[in-house]
Design a binder for this molecule. Structure first.
Ligand code: NAP
Length: 483
């Protein structure tokens, strides 16, 4: 019997669908799952009559694979991946490749790549985005790890990935060790930001303008024909139009308490580590944390007798202003996310291609949108672009939305409608484009209480000064360094 082109471990929702996708593109796939009844269920169910080899042990899986063996893990991220690798290492041979397609933390992927390289094995940590549908019909794939493993894996990944513009695969080698999982993490952070912005627009319309789900369904349908054209706009339109058997809008029946699996938090943590302001995504993570505390919020709301005010602007005009605010804030979210990738790439020695990253996110994944085409154009034109908002297209887009964006954030503040992401984006923009921030006073405070020194406006950068502010402190200054 023909050996399999690839093995896959983990027959949950993502694994099963990826196997079906691979098989449909002409690859033979050997499968294994820790709970082996799932192997039986799969090969006798969805996988019946297909080029799929069910295996009841890791040994059997390994025996059924062409060399170099390629084994993809689609299992729960974290310790489970280390356990599985520990079982695979003794039965694999030099040059064999382990691929981790789960949402693993990129620092784990850096470590695993190093450990497996030392053992003569290859490792790929790949981001897989697009959920169940994407896995089956074409996900966005973000592989990184040992570059020498890529040639063997590339034909399979290119074949199964989503395609844009006819036949352009949403898959590209991202970079060494943890680069693929890092970029997937930032993708997930951006996803948090995009979703939060849409939710803020929804709350402005629902509570500020008193609009019904049907009216908002129409608005999102129209917005999806503008620069905001994206998968998340599409599903929001459909969710708002969805009714249950009693004819009621399902969105109104859902409790407002959000969940999260941690990738947004990782993105924020990594931004803090790199010293990059990622305010919009961080606010989106916090917004889910606040939402999760439903009982506490109910108590606080009652204690303050809180009610949102009504926005008295002309509805049609204000809805258009919300659209512009959403668009401008979304640009800021991507600008911040790209700054994080740029800084991390320098830190970890990755050569990221920012235009390619925008391109592969254009299809298959949750943040897919027309807008990403413009980001690709911006980085293709200038791969060294300091910040996305300095690209002429995005500069013009922000300038033409700025007045509306300010009005919307102000209306939220006046009427008590929380807009943490839209406002954080606006205040980041105002800070980033402000020549004179109040940090002169801040440096004076630091020097006053801690002799941390300051630079002067009339002296070269790097020359440090200390003032004896109280007249009775000494002239010794603290060492100058940044953490
Ligand atoms: P999941 O619920 O995250 O994981 C279930 C799978 O992991 C099962 O096959 C399970 O085996 C296996 N597993 C758990 N602990 C294990 C251990 N200690 N040893 C061996 N196997 C173990 O499944 P999923 O939603 O399909 O996701 C798979 C991976 O893809 C995860 O890392 C997830 O974060 C990532 N991902 C998910 C999505 C999505 O939309 N769901 C999208 C992109 C990426 P048993 O059957 O034996 O329990």
């Amino acid at each position: 019997m023909k050996k399999a082109d690839i093995g896959l471990i983990g027959l949950a929702v993502m694994g099963e669908n990826l196997v079906m996708n691979m098989e449909s593109r002409g690859f033979t796939v050997a499968v294994y799952n820790r709970s082996t009844e799932k192997v039986d269920n799969f090969v006798n169910g969805r996988g019946k009559g297909k080029h799929i080899i069910g295996c009841k042990s890791i040994g059997e899986l390994v025996e059924n694979l062409e060399r170099p063996r390629k084994i993809m893990l689609m299992i729960r991220a974290g310790e489970a991946v280390d356990h599985m690798i520990a079982q695979l290492v003794p039965v694999l041979e030099e040059g064999d490749i382990i691929i981790d397609g789960g949402n693993s933390y990129f620092k784990d992927t850096i470590r695993r790549t190093r450990e497996l390289t030392e053992k003569g094995l290859c490792y790929i940590g790949t981001g897989v985005s697009g959920g169940e549908e994407g896995a089956l019909h074409g996900p966005c794939l973000m592989p990184g790890g040992n570059p020498q493993a890529w040639e063997a894996v590339k034909p399979i990944f290119m074949a199964i990935s989503a395609k844009v513009d006819g036949d352009v695969p949403c898959c590209e080698w991202i970079g060494d060790d943890g680069a693929g999982h890092f970029v997937k993490m930032v993708h997930n952070g951006i996803e948090y930001g995009d979703m939060q912005l849409i939710c803020e627009a929804y709350q402005l319309m629902r509570d500020g303008l008193g609009m019904t789900p049907d009216e908002m369904h129409e608005v999102f349908a129209k917005w999806n024909e503008t620069e905001l054209d994206s998968y998340l706009m599409e599903i929001t339109r459909d969710i708002l139009g969805f009714r249950d058997e009693k004819g009621e809008a399902v969105v109104d029946q859902i409790l407002d308490t959000a969940g999260q699996k941690g990738t947004g938090k990782w993105t924020s943590e990594s931004a803090l580590e790199e010293g990059i302001p990622l305010t919009l995504i961080s606010e989106a993570v916090s917004a889910r944390c606040v939402a999760a505390r439903k009982e506490e919020r109910m108590e606080a709301s009652a204690a303050y007798g809180r009610k949102c005010g009504k926005i008295i602007e002309d509805k049609k005009t204000f809805v258009e202003q919300i659209r512009k605010a959403l668009y401008a804030a979304k640009i800021i979210s991507y600008a911040q996310g790209y700054s994080l990738m740029k800084t991390a790439a320098e830190h970890y020695g990755w050569k990221l291609n920012y235009g390619d990253i925008a391109l592969i996110w254009r299809g298959g994944c949750i943040i897919r949108s027309v807008f990403l085409g413009k980001i690709k154009e911006a980085y293709d034109k200038n791969p060294e672009l300091q910040n996305l908002i300095l690209d002429p297209y995005f500069k013009e887009a922000i300038e033409s939305s700025l007045e509306s964006w300010r009005k919307v954030v102000a209306a939220g503040a006046i009427n008590g409608i929380p807009l943490p992401a839209m406002s954080a984006a606006l205040f980041w923009f105002d800070s980033y484009t402000c020549e004179n921030l109040p940090a002169n006073l801040l440096q004076a405070q630091r020097d006053y209480f801690g002799a941390h020194c300051y630079e002067r406006i009339d002296s070269p950068r790097g020359q440090m000064f200390h003032t004896n502010w109280t007249g009775h402190s000494g002239s010794t200054a603290a060492g100058s360094y940044n953490v």
